[in-house]
Design a protein around this ligand. Structure first.
Ligand code: SF4
Length: 407
């Protein structure tokens, strides 16, 4: 506890170091490379699931202009593939396309997370920067280097692009951003639960879309605080069949393809329509909480800690990306009544290839069916749907057999 408090105080000290008073008493921010004046900045970041709702709330609260690339489509993928080296992973190709499309719409500042050391993710920003410069674009790239620090890097990046020193605006941005992330993730979880049980097909999807729009449009602090509760209450009004036999499947794998519906070919919808309840193991709000909340505030074991604990029989330490989460969640799911595992990963993803090689052993020893889906620009949706249908058939038969044997 003492060490945790000390670490947290160090973070505040480092943040304070970023504010400098010059000889004339003017307050400036250290290490700020003002290639573009704050008021002229037009900011963009790559698309990834519902992350935009929170980022938009935060960045606009700090007074910055935003230009968003359109949602990921085949057109974006084409741009990414055309301008990337062949062997690089799918998330990079889509990120690059997002940058190109945002720059074409007038963006001059690109924001990106970076975590060097674990896999290719550590090279994303440098590679994208070089490629975009070669393509003739002028811009400033602002990087959140999560390996250097978390809270400090986050604040520094937002200071850098907005020069905002108003604490209320930060409070408003973080408060609305956090509450939106929790509200939309709650809506997604309820969508996954309700879709396979709804009596009127399409009710859950309609409800989710309605709340996505409301969450997007709500801007007041008090309004955002109420969102999560309102979402829960509204989903409760959808008529469902509580007694329906619904298999539960864990969806796990690489962070980006789990969160981005284009990249994962809307697999959650496919599974829901097949009568399966999906439990996705990664949500943006969980990650946000884990990254920004000091660990001494955690009352219980975090998701990552649980994964490390459950993975121990198969791998001793994290090797980057979401590898240990994939293995740990599979073991946890098998020991806690989950009916099947779907592991999704981009083609050539380094950490997930390691997990892919461990999972057959886990599947055999823990007695749980596992389906592997590898995604890239060559992956046809029809082929994947056929494999998913066959897998779900097997999962359903296993579940019915288990029910019969237990009565
Ligand atoms: S985790 Fe995999 S897909 Fe993601 S950046 Fe690393 S290698 Fe690429």
């Amino acid at each position: 506890m003492h060490i945790q408090i000390r670490l947290w105080l160090n973070r505040f000290e480092s943040i304070a170091e970023m504010i400098i008073k010059d000889k004339n008493g003017n307050i400036t921010i250290s290490q700020m490379d003002d290639t573009i004046a704050a008021k002229e900045r037009v900011i963009a970041w790559p698309r990834m699931g519902n992350i935009d709702l929170s980022m938009e709330a935060l960045v606009s609260s700090l007074g910055a202009k935003i230009v968003m690339p359109p949602p990921n489509t085949n057109q974006a993928l084409e741009i990414g593939v055309k301008n990337s080296i062949e062997g690089i992973c799918l998330p990079y190709k889509l990120n690059l396309a997002n940058y190109v499309m945002a720059l074409e719409k007038g963006a001059n500042t690109l924001m990106m997370f970076q975590a060097p050391g674990s896999c290719r993710f550590g090279n994303y920003t440098k590679m994208a920067q070089k490629t975009l410069k070669k393509m003739g674009y002028e811009f400033d790239m602002c990087v959140f280097d999560m390996y250097q620090s978390k809270m400090k890097q986050t604040l520094k990046a937002f200071w850098h692009v907005t020069h905002c020193l108003n604490p209320y605006r930060y409070y408003k941005g973080f408060s609305t951003g956090f509450n939106k992330a929790f509200a939309i993730d709650t809506a997604e979880r309820l969508l996954f639960y309700t879709r396979p049980r709804e009596l009127n097909k399409g009710d859950a999807e309609k409800c989710y879309k309605k709340w996505y729009k409301i969450i997007h449009e709500t801007s007041s602090i008090s309004g955002c605080k109420k969102l999560k509760k309102q979402v829960i209450e509204d989903f409760k009004t959808i008529p469902i069949d509580k007694d329906r036999v619904v298999p539960k499947v864990y969806l796990l794998g690489e962070f980006f393809v789990l969160l981005d519906p284009f990249a994962n070919q809307e697999i959650e919808k496919t599974l829901g329509d097949l009568g399966v309840e999906v439990e996705r193991q990664i949500f943006f709000s969980d990650w946000l909480e884990h990254v920004l909340k000091p660990s001494f505030f955690y009352k219980k074991e975090s998701h990552r800690e649980r994964c490390v604990r459950y993975a121990q029989d198969y791998m001793k330490r994290a090797i980057g990306g979401e590898c240990i989460e994939t293995v740990g969640d599979t073991v946890y799911g098998a020991r806690n009544g989950i009916d099947g595992i779907i592991h999704i990963m981009p083609f050539s993803c380094m950490p997930e290839i390691v997990a892919q090689n461990i999972l057959p052993k886990v599947s055999k020893q823990e007695d749980i069916p596992v389906l592997e889906l590898v995604l890239d620009e060559q992956t046809g949706k029809a082929g994947n749907i056929t494999r998913i249908e066959a897998f779900i058939d097997l999962v359903k038969r296993r579940k019915l057999k288990n029910i019969k044997e237990s009565v």
